[in-house]
Ligand binder design. Structure first.
Ligand SMILES: CC(C)(COP(=O)(O)OP(=O)(O)OC[C@H]1O[C@@H](n2cnc3c(N)ncnc32)[C@H](O)[C@@H]1OP(=O)(O)O)[C@@H](O)C(=O)NCCC(=O)NCCS
Length: 480
């Protein structure tokens, strides 16, 4: 690839300038002020329109196509920041100073090794599990490995203080590998199951054991890429790879997935993808995390519920469907004919439309030129991208302007991920690896003024029914 990281920055800045031109006529958002609770608002089914809390973490404006993290426009962050800086920004409300960023990187490198968690996880039939189910399970196992949550509460404080991560609670027998199926085909596996996490002492004794504070947030942000990559490799019959502490989160994730160290350009594109997915308002998975955290459950449980919510096809995963759709269009042959037929049957076209954006999704504006760069020398990717761009222009002509249906984040991300060597069954996990920084930031923020979530339902059932003994229930009222 003859392009550089600087070229990618320039491309993103240009995409931002185009976005500003396209939506310049839309009104600027109102300045926000603290709410005077209780609020009056119109609420639809599924809490649509309901305001659950105040937040300074992020902002989405569907009419202007704006996505803002802590006051910074997404184009600005994608061009100039790294995922690590973005995670710090989301969690702490400001960009890190040089020393803080170094410390964060050391911490993430340290927490990214979750050897005992992986060893136990590999005892499950991971190769047969939905990757998101395995990722959720891994998050729960991390909770066991790194926290004191489930130990005997009588244990003395002194013993708690002395305990090291190497003494984790998951049985660790260095001579055995708890695997049902030994992965096949690996020739240069570097992963060692007995390698335990080294906690950097400079961060102060027991921080890691705190299951509902900032350390647990760093912990899940660092470890999710390791777990997701290990799951992917085992599914392909390969051995998991240990993270390289000298690599960034993005480079490490690609390295652990593919087995090779990415080029600076590949690393930057992965980094940008993680930044673009890091936060997106009160979406279903973020809300799921917040609901669980509001019960004063802990970060690990909370993130596990976010992973579960993201797994649903209405939330994560449309990008995998987009790739399948583009393949189908390729074999059909004619984009226009194919689209006419789908629209006539009122079918939704994958990768288009959004509950919030009625303008072009800013994330798609960034991913489209990156897909172009990555497919430059790949005939297959290039041909899919050609179809995608044709489909985009046909969609915009037919329904784009009239209904506000434009490409969303999922439309080009599948092509980007495939070009980076990521298998399509891992696309939703990649989403989770990026989104975990937003999940944790919003959970921590909410816990500052926590109130357990408790909406109501309108009861539409009966009253005053009398219990009928089973032998008197003659009519079979349940169909089937
Ligand atoms: C994301 C999505 C669920 C948003 O739905 P929504 O906000 O409820 O939008 P609506 O269903 O109200 O759609 C409004 C109109 O646009 C049409 N529309 C919305 N998305 C469409 C799509 N992808 N293809 C074709 N038409 C679409 C609807 O049919 C509807 O038309 P109508 O007014 O004539 O009935 C929807 O756009 C969709 O299913 N997209 C495809 C899946 C996808 O890409 N998901 C990833 C989202 S990030």
């Amino acid at each position: 690839m003859s392009i550089s990281v600087e070229d990618i920055k320039r491309i993103i800045i240009e995409a931002g300038q185009k976005a500003a031109l396209d939506t310049g006529n839309e009104p600027e958002p109102h300045m926000t002020t603290p709410a005077k609770w209780p609020l009056e608002c119109t609420v639809g089914p599924g809490l649509e329109g309901a305001i659950a809390c105040e937040s300074k973490v992020g902002y989405v404006n569907g009419a202007k196509g704006w996505l803002v993290y802590r006051g910074y426009d997404i184009f600005e962050l994608a061009a100039h920041a790294t995922y690590e800086e973005t995670a710090f920004l989301l969690l702490h409300g400001r960009l890190p100073k040089e020393r803080e960023l170094k410390k964060l990187k050391r911490k993430l490198a340290s927490y990214g090794k979750v050897s005992a968690t992986l060893r136990v996880l590999m005892g499950f039939p991971v190769e047969k599990m939905n990757p998101m189910a395995a990722l959720r399970l891994g998050t729960n196992l991390m909770r066991q490995e790194f926290t004191f949550c489930d130990i005997d509460l009588d244990e003395s404080d002194e013993r708690r203080r002395k305990k090291t991560v190497e003494d984790d609670y998951i049985a660790m027998d260095d001579d055995s590998i708890a695997m049902e199926t030994v992965p096949k085909g690996e020739t240069k596996a570097t992963y060692e199951f007995h390698q335990a996490v080294k906690v950097d002492d400079s961060y102060g004794g027991n921080e890691l054991y705190d299951a509902d504070g900032i350390e647990a947030c760093y912990h899940v942000i660092a470890a999710l890429p390791t777990i997701a990559a290990a799951i992917s490799r085992v599914r392909r019959g390969l051995m998991p790879i240990d993270p390289d502490p000298h690599l960034s989160v993005a480079a490490n994730f690609l390295y652990m997935l593919t087995g090779y160290r990415p080029s600076p350009v590949e690393e930057k594109i992965m980094d940008v993808s993680l930044i673009l997915h890091a936060d997106h308002g009160m979406n279903a998975s973020t809300f799921a995390c917040m609901v669980v955290a509001s019960t004063l459950s802990d970060i690990y449980f909370s993130i596990g519920s976010g992973i579960a919510a993201l797994n649903g096809p209405l939330h994560g995963g449309a990008n995998e469907q987009v790739l399948k759709m583009l393949e189908k269009i390729r074999s059909h042959g004619d984009v226009g004919d194919w689209l006419d037929e789908k629209l006539m049957n009122n079918e939704k076209i994958m990768g288009f439309g959004h509950r919030v954006y009625k303008a072009y999704d800013p994330r798609a504006r960034v991913l489209e030129p990156l897909a172009e760069l990555l497919t430059e020398n790949h005939e297959d990717g290039k041909s899919l991208l050609r179809i995608a761009k044709r489909l985009e222009s046909e969609m915009i002509d037919r329904v784009g302007k009239s209904k506000g249906i434009f490409p969303n984040v999922d439309f080009y991300s599948g092509i980007v991920y495939t070009s980076l060597g990521i298998p399509s069954d891992m696309f939703t996990s990649v989403f989770a690896v990026g989104r975990v920084s937003g999940w944790t930031a919003r959970v921590l923020e909410y816990l500052n003024k926590n109130r357990i979530f408790r909406p109501r339902a309108i009861y539409t059932g009966d009253f005053n029914k009398k219990y009928v003994p089973i032998e008197e229930r003659h009519r079979d009222s349940i169909p089937g």
